[in-house]
Design a protein around this ligand. Structure first.
Ligand code: ATP
Ligand code: MG
Length: 159
């Protein structure tokens, strides 16, 4: 299995930005990993790559934040979500099928809410250095080949 290590928040931002440049409407990206591992940092990078100019903040208290980039960006965070019905009430399926890119932090809490055809990145803190993060990924469709290519190149170059 391919994996990537980033060695600073800036590096995670850069990787996110390269991913964002390759993202297109209809893509759904699950961002999993423990508290404080860098899901939001990666999301900020993706937003940058999508051309979002606004400041991207963690949507922990709002469940979803919407941004305008090259395509709309819908940033979800399921961390504080207790019941799937809360997100169902938002008509979330429309977001997932829709015009924009969806990023879902803590997607693993309610995996059944995501469309089958999605891309998953899992982030872990590794090593003694507090700034190292291991990113692993999994794709459920060929739609995400471009993202895999970005990640694989990053892995090979070994930033
Ligand atoms: N290599 C790295 N990549 C990303 N973040 C890093 C890295 N090294 C250190 N950090 C720090 O780790 C923290 C990650 O915070 P962030 O809010 O992105 O985590 P999160 O996974 O979204 O957490 P939460 O589960 O609370 O939403 C930031 O303070 C960031 O500066
Ligand atoms: Mg977060």
């Amino acid at each position: 299995m391919f994996q990537v290590i980033t060695r600073s928040p800036q590096e995670t931002l850069r990787l996110g930005s390269s991913l964002g440049e390759k993202m297109s409407a209809g893509m759904v990206l699950a961002l999993n990993g423990a508290l404080g591992t860098g899901k939001t940092v990666l999301a900020k990078g993706i937003a940058r790559g999508l051309g979002v100019k606004e400041l991207v903040i963690s949507p922990t208290f709002t469940l979803i934040q919407e941004y305008q980039g090259r395509v709309p960006l819908f940033h979800f965070d399921f961390y504080r979500l207790d019941r799937a019905e809360e997100v169902e009430a938002l008509g979330y399926e429309e977001y997932f099928l829709g015009e924009g890119v969806c990023l879902v932090e803590w997607a693993e809490k309610f995996p059944f809410l995501l469309p089958e055809d999605h891309f998953e990145i899992c982030i872990q803190q590794v090593g003694q250095n507090m700034q190292e993060r291991l990113l692993k990924w999994r794709s459920f469709s060929s739609r995400y080949a471009g993202l895999e290519e970005v990640l694989r190149q990053y892995a090979v170059v070994g930033h």
